[in-house]
Design a protein around this ligand. Structure first.
Ligand code: SF4
Length: 409
């Protein structure tokens, strides 16, 4: 059974991914990992995160996948020294210098080669294996057939592939658009995503970003708009059987900067599909698609798995995210005798609202929000305050970690 690998941008997201079925999680420390805007983990938080994950038999991979400059190596040495006391299962690395230092300072930690290294061939897999890597996170630009050929050619290297989440219009992050427009380096986790900004046409061929009239780009307008580079999100939920038969060892979900709700729902949905296939009773359930539609995302596509972008454009005219179904609360505890749960608020809602309960291993279960009380046991009509703890009468038993959300249309 391949591994289901989920993003963990902070401790809450880590807990969601673990509870909802991840076999492994990937996360960053405060330094040297991509996704600078995610909360990320200090050394002490990292230790707690690894302990928590290991208690739940979930592996932890730490991203160190920036390309450090010369002057950053002393700091990287310090960082690796601190990591010696933490039982990380693997480091995700993109740069040869970082790889060499990891082999020298953390020789017992497995090395995974990041998608930032853009590995697209069996030859490159072998070269990285010879340097000590046990796994390759393949470039997102490969087709399913190409992945299978690599699998056959290098059976002794683990292969990991992105199966869900944001894509990049550039070559797996190797892009200077963000540097060009804002000075923030996409290759150092700070991409401002200029490929998704709103551009208008000046004259016939000049494209102007709305806030940067002095930086024109030559391009053509279609139907009055020109969102010409915003890629769709990958979604392979309809192709889990093909993935399971592909020889990929690890199915990776993108999204460390997304919400804990996103980590829970996406992990849970692929877990259900993978388990159904492994149990031999796989039937595609359209409700899985509905689950994935309930999280924040751009229009979905199968990325490069079956099409080249030249044959079926993998870009969206829709510039922003399709809205996330409101994540209302998380269950903290449940009293079986009274049928009352203690919850913690994430978004406002009221008695009588149509809601759903999401629990690991199943799709959302609809019901109408019933009686509620504050922590002083006084009746309340709504839960207005973020993080507020309150009690609610539940129509069926629930468990800590279950998620209450607005009903999905
Ligand atoms: S600007 Fe767009 S294409 Fe460039 S790295 Fe960022 S997400 Fe990728």
């Amino acid at each position: 059974m391949p591994e289901l690998l989920a993003p963990a941008g902070n401790f809450e997201k880590l807990q969601a991914a673990v509870l909802y079925g991840a076999d492994a999680v990937y996360l960053s420390g405060r330094m040297f990992g991509m996704r600078a805007a995610a909360d990320n983990f200090s050394i002490d938080e990292l230790r707690l995160a690894v302990d928590y994950a290991h208690e739940h038999h979930v592996r932890v991979y730490l991203t160190v996948n920036v390309m450090p400059r010369e002057h950053e190596y002393p700091l990287l040495r310090e960082y690796f020294s601190e990591l010696k006391s933490i039982s990380i299962d693997a480091l995700i690395i993109a740069d040869l210098g970082v790889l060499a230092l990891a082999k020298e300072m953390l020789p017992h930690v497995a090395i995974h080669i990041s998608t930032q290294a853009n590995v697209v061939s069996a030859e490159t897999c072998r070269a990285y294996k010879a340097l000590g890597a046990s796994r390759i996170v393949l470039a997102r630009e490969l087709t399913m057939e190409e992945i299978k050929r690599i699998r056959d050619a290098v059976p002794d290297v683990e292969l990991e592939a992105f199966i869900h989440g944001s894509m990049c219009i550039s070559y797996s992050g190797r892009c200077l658009l963000s540097n060009f427009f804002t000075g923030r380096d996409a290759n150092r986790g700070m991409c401002t995503q200029p490929c998704r900004w709103n551009y208008s046409l000046r004259g016939h061929y000049e494209l102007i970003e709305e806030k940067r009239p002095d930086m024109p780009i030559s391009i053509e307008e279609v139907h009055g708009e020109a969102f010409f580079m915003s890629s769709r999100d990958t979604c392979m939920i309809e192709h889990v059987p093909a993935l399971m038969e592909s020889g990929i060892d690890s199915f990776k979900i993108e999204g460390r900067m997304k919400s804990a709700y996103y980590a829970a729902v996406v992990t849970n949905t692929y877990r259900m599909a993978m388990d159904a296939y492994a149990a031999g009773n796989y039937v595609y359930d359209p409700a899985w698609e509905r689950e994935l539609d309930s999280v924040s995302h751009r229009p979905y596509h199968t990325g490069y798995y079956f099409d080249q972008p030249t044959e079926q454009a993998n870009v969206t005219e829709y510039p922003g995210y399709l809205r996330e179904n409101a994540y209302l609360a998380i269950v903290r505890s449940y009293d079986e005798e009274t049928g009352v749960a203690l919850l913690q608020q994430r978004n406002k809602y009221s008695c009588g609202d149509a809601v759903e309960l999401l629990t690991p291993g199943s799709i959302g279960r609809p019901f109408v929000a019933g009686e509620m009380w504050n922590e002083e046991h006084e009746p309340i009509e709504a839960v207005p305050h973020p993080q507020m703890k309150y009690y609610m009468k539940m129509p069926f038993p629930v468990k800590p970690g279950d998620i209450l959300r607005a009903a999905v249309d």
